[in-house]
Design a protein. Sequence first.
Length: 125
Amino acid sequence: MGAKKKGVKVLIVDDEEGIREVIGYILEKRGFIAEDAGNGKKALEKVAQEKPDIIILDIAMPEMDGLQTCKRLRENPDTQDIPIIFLSAQSRPTALAREAPGAPIEYIGKPCDIEHLLRRIDSLV
């Protein structure tokens, strides 16, 4: 059950290393290529190096938060069409997500059901 996509690149952006590791491990077991970054600034650097097919993005992070990162991605013609899933524990996530230019495609609250996350990824790529 859930997504299984060989070669699809997923960038996991979260300041919690454990979350990045667990999601990355599960995605790789399903055939995805998982990359990660600990904040938005590092994520933008990784996106510039090798464009992912989809981004899983936390909102609350140091240096550059998810909303700022999303805004920068949406302002760039080369990255504005990358699907984004906000994965966050923010108390009012949908209102926060709507503030980001380009309107993120999905929002999933933490803690999340990994099968639900996989289905959302599958529907976007």
